[in-house]
Structures are given as C-alpha cells and as structure tokens.
Design a protein around this ligand. Structure first.
Ligand code: TMP
Length: 205
C-alpha cells in the first residue's frame, strides 16, 4: 500500500488459532522461492519489546487496562522504528505475528476500550504505516482453548467471553477492511489452512 519496496504482512487471531505454525510454513515457502523474509512478532520483536512481553504476559499482580494498552503500543512504536520499517525498506517481506489489529481486537473489543482512541494511538505508534495484507485465522473458541493447553499466560487466562469478544472483533475488522484483511478458517487441518494461505499469498506476489 504505502511501501515502495518490500512487503508487510501481519497474522492475527485468538490465542490457539495456529498462526505461528502457519507463519513458519509460509516463511519456508517464500524462502524456497528466493524471497528475502524476516519473521517477527508483537509483543517482543525487539529488545525493549522482549522486556515488555515479559510484563504483559507474565506479570503476577494487577495491570490496569490503560497501562496494558500503552505497553503494547510502546512495544509497537519501538518495533516499527527498529525492525519493521527498516526491513521493508531493504526490500524484505516482513511477516509479523500480531500487530495493530491485536490491540483493536484485545484492548478494544476484549477489554471494551475505545476503538477510535486505539486507532489513533496505533497511528502514532506506527507513524501511519499499515500492513499491506493481514490474515485472520478464525477458529472456534473451544478448539483454540484445547490448543492453548493448561499452561496459560496472563492473556490466555481471560475467560471465554473475553476470547469470544476478541474473535468477534477480528471478524468485524475483516468486514470493515475487506481489501486488507482476509479471513481463513483455522478449524481445518494444518495443510488445508496453509493451502488457503498459499492462494491468498500467490495473488499478491
Ligand atoms: P502470542 O505472541 O503468543 O500471540 O501472545 C501475545 C498475547 O498478547 C496474545 O494473548 C494477544 C495479546 N496482545 C494484545 O492483547 N494486544 C496487542 O496489541 C498484541 C500485539 C497482543
């Protein structure tokens, strides 16, 4: 969209949707075709972000909703400045596990935060840059919960209603931005999910 060189693709979905596996498969697929890729994630794609991830996912005490939102945004601001923009400008395909839509889905829909405010804060954190393509891996809550297992981080410990609101948020975002955001049914087998992903990727390469 706004990038002359490189490509920025983000991957989204509720916890346990299987996006990390799909990113790995896609990275391998692109490298076999000789594309230069960078795989990164939010939160935690840069040094400061790794510390923030630790707080965000494993802090034991109370974390206010607003503090949580700003910590995700701080991670994003640093990540864009340090990793994302630089690699896109070097002509690489940047595959990012979560980005702006996670904050809208989790802190907006999940925590009932103000979505307009989050959009503005995302705009500030990214200096207005947006993913060229975003894949949402949509999955039913029960299947996702099974995949997460019993060792849960601070966000995964949220109740089913929270995760349902997050899922709904992603689906609404996909309706709102149909050109950028594509939804894949992640209830399917890994190979079937990847086959859907490959079709979408082939169209943009
Ligand atoms: P993950 O890297 O294992 O997907 O975990 C990151 C967790 O943080 C996940 O539960 C989603 C959550 N998250 C937010 O709530 N807001 C955000 O902006 C981002 C990037 C992640």
């Amino acid at each position: 969209m706004e990038y002359k060189k490189g490509l920025f693709i983000t991957f989204e979905g509720i916890d346990g949707c299987g996006k990390t596996t799909q990113i790995e498969l896609l990275n391998k697929y692109l490298q076999e075709k000789n594309y230069k890729t960078v795989v990164t994630l939010e939160p935690g794609g840069c040094e400061i972000g790794k510390n923030l991830r630790q707080i965000l996912l494993f802090h034991k005490g109370f974390v206010s909703d607003v503090a949580e939102m700003f910590l995700y945004l701080a991670d994003r601001a640093q990540h864009f400045e340090e990793i994302i923009t630089k690699n896109i400008n070097e002509g690489k395909i940047v595959l990012c596990d979560r980005c702006i839509d996670s904050t809208v889905a989790y802190q907006g829909y999940g925590r009932n935060g103000d979505i307009e405010q989050i959009n503005l804060l995302n705009h500030i954190a990214t200096k207005g840059k947006k993913p060229y393509l975003t894949i949402v891996f949509d999955i039913d809550i029960e299947t996702a919960q099974k995949r997460v297992g019993s060792t849960k981080d601070r966000m995964e410990k949220e109740n089913l209603e929270f995760h349902q609101r997050v899922r709904q948020g992603y689906l609404e975002l996909a309706k709102k931005y149909p050109t950028r955001i594509k939804v894949i049914n992640a209830n399917q087998k890994i190979e079937e999910v990847f086959s859907d992903l490959e079709k979408i990727i082939k169209e943009i390469l």
